[in-house]
Design a protein around this ligand. Sequence first.
Ligand code: SF4
Length: 624
Amino acid sequence: MTLSHQETLQQRVERLLPTVVKPGRYVGGELNQIVKPWDSVQTHVALVFPDIYDLGAANLGMALLYDILNQRSDVAAERAFAPWIDMEAALREAGIPLFSLENKRPLADFEIIGVSLPYETLYTNFLNALDLGGIPLYSAQRDKDHPLVIAGGQAVFNPEPVAPFVDAFAIGEGEEVVLEIVDAYQAWNLADTSRQDLLTRLAGIPGVYVPALVSVEYHPDGTIKQVKPIHPAVKLPVDKRLMAKLPPPLTHFLVPNVEIVQERVSVEIMRGCTRGCRFCHAGMVNRPIRERPVAEILAALGTGLDQTGYEEVSLLSLSSSDHSQVIPLIERLKNLLTERQVNITLPSLRIESFSEELMDILQKLSPGGGFTLAPEAGTERLRNIINKPLSDADLMATVRSVFQHGWNSLKLYFMIGHPQETLADVEAIAELCKALLQEGRRLAGGRVRVHAGISTFIPKPHTPFQWAPFDHLESIQTKINLLHEGLRGSKIKLTWNDPQASLLEAWLSRGDRRLAEVIHQAWGNGARFDAWGDQFRIEPWQTAFEACGLDQNFYSTRVRGLDETLPWDHINAGVRKAFLLEDYQWSLAGEVRPDCRQRCYACGILSSFNELRLAVPGGGWGCP
Ligand code: SF4
């Protein structure tokens, strides 16, 4: 494409900007943005985050890939985000394709499109981005002249619902595999062979799943009969990619010109979790635990602050207070933060590992404000079933300490719809919240506030609850009504997720390859931004299910057979199916499985990845 075309696209976009909200989403030009002359590199990769800029620009995974790819002199990585509704309409009316922020090139100009799919409710936006970018939706419709479409992210541990739209999935951690995909693409390009040859080459890369080379057959009852390779290059299951040692943390942060959801320097302090909460997809698929050394975290935070001028840092992990060096880390951070007058956020604190000492330090660093805890269930019995064992007395003691340390606002997260949940368990959530508020007021007076946030349990793939059903909508509504009744007049704020949005997530996360047609039809029926409460509508989905002749309950409320082939069984997230099944059976018996740093349960990680671990020593693994 010529330079004049480039200018034309940019100018055409600029003419639209005064007509849309927050035009800064579409201009790029941020501090630390990397723009390489288009013709100076061999391979162009568009990293697409199929939600708006405000969210995507804060996504650490996308920022990491942007940095890693742009470190190569032969590659340019550029970014594209979903246009908001008004911009989509404006682009379509003007006939302007979705474009990258850096060189303002249409997506179709790139050799590789790398799509981030951290959650399932982005699927219709993903299709929309392909369509707006001028790229055929289905892999089978693309030829040698079309970009290669790669998808990665937490959602694709079950890739099947979007399998027909994707050429290849990168399963697991992307830092190394993304470079190997580029290498394979360049070698294929040089060889100038068929697109089928490209797919075959990709299938040979560990951690890469090419769905076009795998067939799925079904039993008459709709369950899966078999999943099998249709090319010798494919080996099933596809093992996820895993970094034996965490790669250096990101220090190259872009500083947006418009407000985004998180404006801070974020450093991942630990990957994985050893707690084994049975509902937690992230906790299961991101094993094993790997800690980042304190010195590396401090250096990255220092560089990030220098580069950005941000006034807040965040230490990211699934369970921050479980980092074995969390106290020395925060102690050493104190000077840096106080000197620069920078705030800290430490999300994902575990009640069990949250010490008085940590509370002391955090209160001094970030006084006041709110404190968040996630008991997840209202009774000890149910907390044992979900493997988040915590006594009411310990919870009360932690909350007491929170208020005594000067916090006056407490947010508590709970889920409803857990396996084996009774209405008494739900009523107990309200009683527990009231007891905690009462104790807070006794200790800290009338200014104490308690907020209960309720979500609905979704039985996720690769977890011990993957066989369990999603609760019925009527039952969920009854439970929400019970909570309303139980908290009436208590001054406790109650918020909850839309049960229909959770139902959609259940369909999409538990679906098989046939669901792709439902997603396509729902998108055609107008579904967009399904993760947005004010945009989501269930009707386009219900119509799509009917049109495709598929039963919604088959994917959501059905109890899966223990001997059934599940749609994601051919993806190895590291934890063995037999281990998950045993753990499910333990849950039915109410048995808990303590933190595996105390004792290894041979979940499958060591048998799958021990060689890798031995080849790269010093990775900070929590496994024995
Ligand atoms: S191998 Fe053992 S220690 Fe490592 S994650 Fe699995 S159960 Fe935990």
